[in-house]
Design a protein around this ligand. Structure first.
Ligand code: CP
Ligand code: NVA
Length: 317
């Protein structure tokens, strides 16, 4: 096997960079393991499958949920997590990604990374001998998507056939959700202003996957048509990390894309409101919907812990 092929094969079996590399059966298995681990936690079961294992966590962007859920998850599984701010690593002073991957592989058992460039994470994974987990890039946020699927299964009892409507920016969270929905045979609709639609390459991959799973992808500029009949209404910030300079313009462009009391009337009566958090009440969501009876945002946040523990056991165990 040549190096490129070997790297590709390794990425598929050992890394978690996007859900594109996971089959529906593998996603289901991960969800089942998460449910078992969550249940064990509730029963205070003290099995320590990652005793002595260390996860290195590289952060080039801020985080509350990802950092705390991975660190807590490792501790609960018997292991340890190291918080590595990229500014404090030599990578911030020009050491190559490849060299960093090779060195960290000699010390720790897995790497979780949150950064800007998805290509950088792929390069890290290609050069590391240990599993690499994507904790968010500009392109994808698969850890969020797996926790979101877990939350939907818990609340709705199934995934296939459900309609998830995303209102807002076609960003990293939207991309990973679209992949997750396509894989699981769900309908994914997104309403976003012209110029803020999801990337075409991700859309065409998802359309191809959906054609095999019975899912459906709809892309529109009209929030009302997208929200009509939805089982789940989902949104994320209008300005993602790294886009701060565009904030004023984005607030203007996205004005008609708020999930609020008017828009939710078009969804099913028992719709769920979901948000990956952090949220900006009064921007992408009204305070009433965010804190209302349909909102499951804090269950979603909790499920980051359980879903990632399943992932950690699978990759590092
Ligand atoms: N949803 C999410 O990834 O949150 P953090 O940015 O706080 O990690
Ligand atoms: N789209 C957001 C998600 C934060 C969890 C961002 O990238 O900032």
């Amino acid at each position: 096997m040549n190096t490129a092929k070997a790297a590709e094969a390794k990425m598929k079996s050992n890394d978690f960079l996007t859900l594109l590399d996971y089959s529906p059966a593998e996603i289901n298995q991960l969800l089942q393991e998460a449910i078992i681990l969550k249940d064990k936690k509730l029963q205070n079961d003290s099995a320590l499958p990652l005793k002595g294992k260390v996860l290195g966590m590289i952060f080039e962007k801020s985080s509350t949920r990802t950092r705390v859920s991975f660190e807590t998850g490792m501790l609960q599984l018997g292991g340890h997590a190291l918080y590595l701010n990229s500014n404090d690593l030599q990578i911030g002073r020009g050491e190559t990604v490849a060299d960093t991957a090779k060195v960290l592989s000699r010390y720790v058992d897995g790497i979780m990374i949150r950064t800007f460039s998805h290509k950088m994470v792929e390069e890290l994974a290609e050069n590391a001998d240990i599993p690499v987990i994507n904790g968010l890039t500009d392109k994808y946020h698969p850890c969020q998507a797996i926790a979101d699927l877990l939350t939907i299964v818990e609340k709705k009892g199934e995934l296939k056939g459900l309609q998830l409507t995303y209102i807002g920016d076609g960003n990293n969270v939207a991309h990973s959700l679209m992949v997750a929905c396509a894989k699981m045979g769900m309908e994914f609709s997104i309403a976003a202003p012209e110029g803020y639609h999801p990337d075409k390459d991700v859309v065409s991959l998802c359309e191809e996957i959906a054609s095999q799973t019975g899912g459906k992808i709809t892309i529109t500029t009209d929030p009302v048509s997208a929200a009509t009949g939805a089982d789940i209404l989902y949104t994320d910030v209008w300005t993602s990390m790294g886009q701060e300079a565009e904030n004023a313009k984005r607030i203007e462009v996205f004005q008609d894309y708020q999930i609020n009391e008017d828009l939710v009337q078009y969804a099913k009566e028992d719709f769920l409101f979901m948000h990956c958090l952090p949220a900006h009440r009064g921007e992408e969501v009204s305070a009433g919907v965010m804190d209302g009876s349909h909102s499951v945002v804090f269950d979603q946040a909790e499920n980051r812990l359980h879903a990632q523990k399943a992932l950690l056991v699978q990759l590092l165990g």
